[in-house]
Design a protein around this ligand. Structure first.
Ligand SMILES: [Zn+2]
Length: 435
């Protein structure tokens, strides 16, 4: 488990102050919508004839609507000369969403880090060993840049190695980890597992030291269920800190209480299958309004993940928790329940550390192929029994060696999103064209 003493998990006075200010300074969703209508060409048209003060009557902003716009039409006129960065989402639905950042907006990720009860622990880690290897992607997304920036700002010496590039091959990143001996690695979970496997294989003499020096893994960009984070923490003896975010913002904060909290800077809403509004708590399709982002305002933006939002009893004083389950369009309905990657991942990883996995739901059975990473003997049988008990359906589970699903020595070409396939005729899944 985590090597970090729990006394190091706390909200600092600065973090407390920032949160206090944030809770009181944010404009109302309607005020932000009015600002967007007044200052951007896109929202002026989109809300034509509508009253932004009637916030819930405003149309949802979907990715397909965003796709049709020039990015500049989303840029607010008063901040046109202040924006310094441009980013886009991966765009796995074929519609990358653009976002601009002023220097201050870009710095927000560091301010959020101060608001995290993990902050004192990360600082303590960096005091011992300043080196960080940031292997998040840099292509269009701001993930790589913003995590590199925040690691630097909290005291790190950062190697921005990137990933998904022919310059930063997995073998070269593994070599970097073996030579630099970082205390913190930032990566998508599957990349981290790949690099650490290559460290063992290519640098066996340095691997024990690399593992000993490593204290924390900071992840984003790929769904990481609670059980998967736990298995990674246990296996490597590190603290896993997972951030659920997207290019448009860090709408959640990972917390040592084990939950991800919705930041006070976001107004969140949930919608059902037909896009009827459910409310601000429950389980449904996720839309958010970033109340602080003024350069390219995101109002009722349908991120369209399936999430649960609920009140929290966080000991650090955060009030709202978000649980991402996976992408809405990949939802599988079994026994009247909307299930997604997280549900299966939690069930599978409870029984050991796997690499990637594929689950296919057939009419009469569930078929699961699990990539072994460090799973104990009997894990497949335990997963099978659990799947059958949970879904009342026959399950077939096979374990294959790591590398069979994840080509871990090759530059990764796609996000490992497609883990769950509904092969039944009633399937409503829409498989993204680009992963
Ligand atoms: Zn918490």
């Amino acid at each position: 488990m985590s090597p970090i003493p729990s006394a190091l998990f706390r909200l600092t006075p600065r973090g407390r102050l920032l949160r206090f200010l944030l809770e009181r300074k944010v404009p109302s969703p309607a005020a932000l919508a009015a600002y967007a209508k007044k200052h951007t060409r896109f929202y002026a048209d989109f809300y034509a004839g509508r009253d932004p003060s009637d916030f819930e009557s405003l149309p949802l902003l979907t990715k397909s609507i965003v796709r049709e716009q020039s990015p500049y039409d989303l840029l607010a006129r008063p901040l046109r000369r202040k924006v310094v960065y441009y980013g886009e989402t991966t765009g796995s639905t074929g519609s990358p969403t653009p976002s601009f950042f002023t220097a201050r907006e870009f710095h927000a990720s560091t301010l959020l880090t101060y608001m995290s009860p993990f902050y004192p622990a990360l600082r303590a880690i960096l005091r011992e060993n300043r080196t960080c290897v940031n292997g998040l992607a840099f292509g269009f997304t701001v993930a790589g840049m913003s995590f590199g920036d925040l690691l630097k700002n909290i005291g790190g010496l950062v190697a921005n190695v990137g990933s998904r590039s022919t310059l930063a091959t997995p073998a070269r990143i593994a070599r970097g980890i073996a030579r630099l001996l970082p205390s913190i690695v930032a990566a998508a979970p599957i990349d981290f597992l790949s690099w650490m496997r290559i460290v063992e294989e290519d640098h066996p003499d340095r691997a024990p030291r690399a593992r000993e020096r490593l204290q924390a893994l900071v992840t984003t960009a790929e769904l990481m269920s609670e059980e998967r984070a736990k298995r990674i923490s246990e296996h490597f003896g590190i603290q896993a800190v997972d951030t659920y975010a997207c290019v448009e913002g860090f709408f959640s904060l990972p917390c040592p209480c084990g939950e991800k909290h919705v930041l006070p800077a976001y107004h969140v809403e949930l919608f059902d299958e037909e896009l009827n509004r459910i409310g601000t708590e429950g389980t449904g399709r996720f839309a958010f309004t970033n109340l602080l982002k003024r350069s390219s305002p995101m109002v009722r933006y349908l991120l369209d993940d399936l999430v649960t939002i609920r009140a929290s009893r966080c000991p650090y004083g955060y009030r709202k928790t978000v649980i991402p389950h996976g992408r809405w369009e990949l939802t599988v309905r079994v026994g009247g329940e909307n299930l997604n990657v997280r549900h299966f991942e939690n069930l599978i990883f409870r029984h050991g550390l796997f690499g990637d996995f594929r689950v296919v739901v057939h009419e009469d059975r569930i078929e699961a192929v699990l990539e072994d990473y460090a799973a104990p003997p009997g894990a497949a049988e335990a997963v099978r029994a659990d799947l059958e008990a949970r879904f009342g359906m026959r399950a077939e589970v096979s374990v294959v060696p790591f590398g069979e699903i994840t080509a871990y020595r090759e530059v990764r070409r796609e996000k490992p999103i497609l883990k769950l396939v509904d092969a039944r005729p009633e399937s409503t899944q829409e498989i993204p064209s680009l992963l």
